[in-house]
Design a binder for this molecule. Sequence first.
Ligand code: G3P
Length: 226
Amino acid sequence: MKFFLDTADLDEIKEAASWGALAGVTTNPTLYSRIGGKLDDFYNHIERICDIVDGPVSAESVAMTRDEIVRDGRELARIAPNVVVKVPTMVEGLAACRTLADEGIRVNMTLCFTVPQAILAARAGARYISPFVGRFDDISENGLAQLEDVVTAINNYDYTENTVNGEQIEIIAASIRSANHVTQAALMGADIATVPFNVLKKMIQHPLTDRGLESFLKDWEKVKNA
Ligand code: G3P
């Protein structure tokens, strides 16, 4: 499994990149607004992220028609070669995905919740599909079970004839709220988890690691004084 950071915060991205395990970044309009992002700085901000991250950086179009999404997608893709255009899973998004993929532009189909949505996204040329986990949990449904169905269904077929350069589709477990979401997503074979920085920090922690380290340090003092 690869890890993407789900944020638009440059400090978080720099910090996570310094840990050596970061494979990409996903952003969305909410995350950009959370850092006080301004419309006229959006493209520059995506460029700054691309400069830090050696991997795919998803930047979302907020347009509602296929022509506008395609126009956004072309502009976003011009920012850097690692930009992936994030497009909502809806009719206009599917049509735009097909056009962008045919032009060699990689698309991440977002706001995906069901197997039929995921299969349609795959057939429309998506390079990444992002099933949301936490938002199902928010409405008291089982987000992990939905993710597992998407992983199984997509892996039942070969979509490489539909994708840019025949690349393998990857499933991004999105809307991840806990380290347990990551554990379960990895066990079911999701290719990528995109995680908020607070979840990434929790993923590296365990009380037994802390306790073990504490006793090693104490015993090393004894060795030094022996
Ligand atoms: O990248 C989109 C997704 O991860 C959003 O998560 O927490 O807003 O449901 P959340």
